[in-house]
Design a protein around this ligand. Structure first.
Ligand code: ADP
Ligand code: MG
Length: 602
């Protein structure tokens, strides 16, 4: 299943095929020199989309992918190298390997699979790291693999040149490999896994809360991208015929990352744009490097012009276009922005819960600060429970513990008889608990449709996902924004999309952290109607945090009041209004609670 309009994917595939074919025909018309330049370009592009598949979709820049290119190159070459040469130059190779002499395609296939298996182990480890820690780990990977290649002399000839590889990569082979890589990268981006990974890139906490297993999706992308790198490695090895470990180290890492970053990491359009721009500029600068004559004036050769030129282009591109020349969207997403709304198929509603959700004596300490102190709370099926308290009284922290974003220092979260304490957010999401965030956590560069769809796809086994997504958007009245990027919407609309996204998970318990913050009276009243319907029509239990006491009073069956991390009262709105402790601690302080966003640290 693909998550974007078929027309976009077809347009992209058509363009990839047509452009490559045109380039190949043009190059063969120009002759062998141009053919060689284009072959190298196509192999570089293959590697660039390989890195982009992982880095672009996950948001984790990788310095290590060229290592997989190296592994692919050596693995494939060991299989194609003539036996006689292997016996002569690598006498310690195992007998079966020395005797193996495959042609390019089977050797490449085996190398790709082998590299993918290696990547599976490495990716499982790296996938646990976040952000720059992951990036640094990939750098370590590059250095380690380089070290292994140099050290493993019996197989790789160490730092020496690995020569005699049959030169079987011609322009057409490189073109076929490149088209394959481009198509895999483009289709992966819009696969269910790709959409989930992009959601995780946009906001990891929110992705987890709608059921996305980020680490698993990262691993899928890592393995796929390593396989593409191995393909590129085999191609370049069989193009050059001889290479050394240096070929798969910092120089090429720098060059390929420059292409990726300048063009735009997150799209195939960007990878192609970057590869074209950097290749053209290097070709021109390389000519200049050896000196030239300008208007009768001899410009002397300047060594390093090409490298400096690439550096300047990166700087320029970053200053002008942070997301690269192509930005965050594929060309076909811009030109064919079809709001491909799924059919309004009837959705089988989730049966209301029959058990309660309880937090038992929950405590959360941040260093010396006890944000929540021994709080117990029970939410009955289908009820709306208000949770109020002054700023900093621990409401958000309580929600974070109930939804798995934080693991309580002490206490338990129970749903019926099941202990949910310590489960990951995606596991909580699959147990019928969804939430929104005080500081809106949408996936800003995904469309509203994609924001909601990814939640539906990642819960309840993705059953009826498009229909569920549609129903949730309808209910919140955001269908009209389906094709817009979530980050471009007004504040009120973003809040509604966030609720729609939570609703697409078909929860039985829904936590809303200040959903009316930043909404005007009219919007708040409309929201009130929607929330009441969630409870009356769908039987969803709602835990509602808000500073708008009118909203809370009108909606809630019961209200719980927190003050300085402690639960000071629970009861019906009437009881709460009369409670002396509440009046003293919350209302009586005369502290004006406002709808300002406080820092929500998670
Ligand atoms: P509320 O939502 O009721 O305004 P919070 O739950 O956000 O309150 O915060 C309760 C207290 O815990 C505050 O003093 C806040 O500064 C602190 N706090 C919340 N999250 C963190 C965190 N991740 N690290 C440290 N302190 C935190
Ligand atoms: Mg809060």
């Amino acid at each position: 299943m693909f998550t974007s309009p078929r027309i976009q994917l077809l347009a992209s595939a058509g363009a990839i095929l047509a452009l490559t074919l045109a380039a190949v025909l043009l190059a063969s018309w120009f002759g062998p020199a141009t053919e060689r330049v284009l072959t190298v370009f196509l192999i570089s592009l293959t590697a660039v989309v390989g890195i982009g598949l992982y880095s672009g979709n996950s948001g984790i820049l990788s310095f290590g992918h060229v290592a997989f290119m190296g592994i692919g190159a050596y693995a494939a070459s060991l299989l194609t190298l003539p036996s006689a040469l292997k016996v002569a130059t690598l006498p310690k190779l195992p007998e079966w390997l020395a005797m193996t002499e495959l042609s390019l395609i089977p050797a490449t296939l085996i190398a790709v699979v082998f590299t993918a298996v290696v990547a599976l182990f490495i990716g499982a480890a790296i996938g646990k790291l976040e952000g720059s820690a992951a990036t640094i780990a990939t750098l370590g990977l590059l250095i380690i693999v380089h070290g292994v290649i140099i050290g493993w002399r019996d197989v790789t000839r160490g730092a020496q040149s690995f020569f005699g590889v049959p030169r079987e990569t011609d322009l057409v082979t490189a073109a076929v490999a490149c088209v394959l890589a481009l198509l895999v990268a483009r289709y992966y981006r819009d696969s269910v896994s790709g959409l989930r990974l992009r959601a995780g890139r946009e906001n990891a906490i929110a992705a987890g809360a709608v059921g996305v297993r980020i680490q698993r999706e990262r691993l899928v992308a890592f393995v796929l991208s390593a396989a593409i790198m191995a393909l590129a490695g085999s191609m370049i090895a069989h193009f050059l015929g001889a290479f050394s470990p240096k070929k798969f180290y910092f120089n090429d890492t720098f060059l390929l990352l420059a292409m990726l970053i300048v063009g735009g990491m997150t799209t195939v359009t960007g990878a192609i744009t970057g590869a074209v721009v950097i290749t053209l500029v290097t070709e021109v600068l390389r000519r200049l490097e050896s000196g030239f004559t300008l208007g009768g004036f001899d410009v002397p050769p300047i060594f390093g012009t090409a490298q400096i030129g690439i550096g300047l282009i990166i700087l320029l591109a970053m200053f002008r276009k942070v997301d690269g020349l192509a930005g965050m969207k594929e060309w076909e997403e811009r030109l064919l922005p079809v709001a491909d709304l799924p059919d309004k198929a009837p959705v089988v509603p989730q049966a209301p819960a029959t058990d309660t959700l309880t937090g038992e004596a929950m405590t959360m300490a941040f260093g010396g600060l006890t944000a929540v102190d021994g709080v117990s709370i029970r939410i009955e099926p289908g009820e709306i429970m208000g949770l109020i308290g002054p700023n900093g009284s621990g409401k958000t922290t309580l929600l974070n513990m109930l939804s798995g974003v934080l693991t309580p220092t002490a206490g338990r979260v129970m749903r019926g008889d099941e202990d949910l304490t310590g489960l990951a957010t995606y596991q909580i999401a699959d147990r019928g608990i969804a939430r929104t965030f005080q500081n809106i956590r949408l996936f800003p560069n995904l469309t509203v449709m994609q924001n909601v769809l990814v939640a539906a796809l990642s819960t309840h086994g993705g059953r009826d996902a498009p229909a569920r997504a549609h129903a949730a958007m309808e209910r919140l009245g955001v269908t009209g924004h389906a094709a817009a990027d979530a980050g471009t919407l007004s504040y009120g609309d973003q809040r509604r999309v966030e609720i729609a996204r939570a609703l697409a998970c078909q929860p039985q318990f829904l936590f809303l952290d200040e959903p009316a913050a930043g909404m005007n009276r009219e919007e708040t009243d409309a929201l009130m109607v929607i929330l009441r319907r969630l409870s009356s029509e769908l039987g969803i239990a709602v835990l509602l945090v808000d500073h708008d006491l009118e909203l809370i009073n009108q909606l809630s069956d019961r209200i719980a009041v927190l003050n300085e991390g402690r639960m000071i009262a629970q009861g019906t709105p009437l009881e709460i209004r009369k409670d002396p402790a509440v009046i003293a601690a919350y209302l009586g302080t005369g502290r004006k609670t406002d709808t300002k966003q406080e820092g929500e640290m998670t």
